[in-house]
Design a protein around this ligand. Structure first.
Ligand code: GLY
Length: 396
């Protein structure tokens, strides 16, 4: 019975979304984001508390401290809201939440998440305002991140705590690709050439070791920290070591697309395309993946809207870097289809809670954040809408 209900929902959603050959009304969706963001601001928490998730059935956010890996996403979301609305209340709040993160840099050698924390927040703040107050934290975060680079391996150590805990002498997770964007930026903005070299080498080593022959990715690559030898590929947040964890693949698509933009390397472009192709080919009909493509419980397994939002944003950029016009149009169309699906009533929170989107999965093996609203789904959703708006205006 439950199975039948799920199938019916999927069929209804598919026909709702695609039968009408819809075009996404980007301004309407952005206006929706502004309304929801104002509801979050009205929760009136101190700037050192950042909204992270909303459990099913709740309307208000669950808040975390400044050193949580997701704490940059809320200020980043506010920066995108300001960019698209020019509403000063978004700018004021974005500034305060961004500045509140700076003390994180006083801790010695934080993990790889520094890029998530500072490039989404201060990175967007500097991009939009050129206020030097945002530049220093990005440069400091980049220098700190660079301390985790192991030249023998050729990647940044993602999780120092897992060296002992898991017996992984040097571990690198696919998510770490996203943090390279901050290093590429810092290298061009006073941080020095070495930061570029670290970022490029990290992407190159990841390209060599982090993929199976079909271009699905491992979540974690474990290396010998002394010799640099690749030991094994395993999972941490996916279903099993050899399955395609949706968000890990999303980070790969987004990360190699961004690395192509920054380096111009053809092999990075091909990697982005191959990782995107295997992801797209295996999507369910409504374009939003199950949390892991190989969970045997599919179609009863939970979805991950955050992966869909990350991929939609990544594919919009990939469409601008792909020379073959037909292939570029394919990536753009797929991205728009994903956004149309996310903008449907099934995925949008609307009156149910204060987030933009529902139905994301954070850490399924841990039993945490399953089928929830989550701040990074919202961040990449508004980023993707911003990118689509610019593309339609002929800019990127
Ligand atoms: N970077 C952790 C995650 O994607 O859940």
């Amino acid at each position: 019975m439950k199975y039948l209900k799920t199938i019916t929902l999927a069929v209804t959603l598919t026909s709702q979304v695609y039968a009408q050959n819809q075009t996404l009304d980007v301004d309407k969706e952005l206006a929706y984001c502004f309304t929801q963001a104002k509801k979050t601001l009205a929760e009136k928490q101190p700037y050192s508390k950042l909204p992270r998730r909303i459990a099913k059935g709740d309307s208000n956010w669950n808040y975390v401290g400044i050193d949580d890996w997701t704490s940059g996403f809320w200020p980043g979301t506010l920066w995108y809201a300001y960019e698209n609305s020019t509403d000063k209340s978004f700018k004021d709040a974005a500034e305060k939440f961004t500045e509140a993160l700076t003390p994180v840099l006083d801790a010695k050698e934080h993990d790889h998440d520094l890029g998530f924390l500072f490039y989404t927040s201060a990175g967007n703040g500097y991009r939009l305002t050129k206020n030097p107050v945002f530049k220093q934290p990005i440069l400091r975060a980049s220098d700190s991140l660079a301390l985790l680079f192991n030249p023998k391996v050729g990647t940044i150590l993602s999780w120092p705590r897992m060296v002992k805990q898991m017996g992984w002498p040097h571990n690198t997770i696919m998510d770490n690709m996203i943090n390279l964007e901050m290093l590429f930026w810092a290298a061009k903005n006073g941080g020095g050439k070495r930061l570029y070299e670290i970022a490029e080498k990290h992407a190159e080593t990841t390209m060599k070791n982090h993929f199976r022959p079909d271009w699905t990715s491992y979540h974690v690559a474990v290396y010998d920290d002394k010799t640099g030898r690749f030991i094994k590929g395993v999972t941490h947040q996916g279903y099993a070591d050899n399955t395609m964890w949706a968000r890990g693949q999303a980070w790969a698509i987004y990360g190699f697309t961004m690395s192509t933009r920054e380096t111009g390397r053809k092999d990075f472009l091909e990697t982005a395309q191959k990782t995107a192709d295997v992801y797209i080919k295996n999507l369910p009909a409504d374009q939003v993946p199950y949390w892991d493509f190989n969970d045997p419980k599919i179609p009863l397994a939970p979805k991950d809207a955050s992966a869909a939002a990350i991929v939609a944003s990544g594919l919009l950029e990939l469409s601008t870097l792909t020379k073959d016009k037909k292939k570029a149009a394919f990536y753009r169309t797929e991205a728009e289809k994903m956004l149309i699906s996310l903008a449907s009533n099934h995925y949008k929170s609307g009156d149910k809670n204060h987030a933009f989107l529902m139905h994301s999965t954070g850490h399924h093996p841990n039993g945490t954040e399953i089928d929830v609203s989550i701040n990074y789904a919202d961040y990449y959703y508004i980023e993707a809408l911003t990118r689509l708006k610019k593309l339609r205006q002929g800019q990127h």
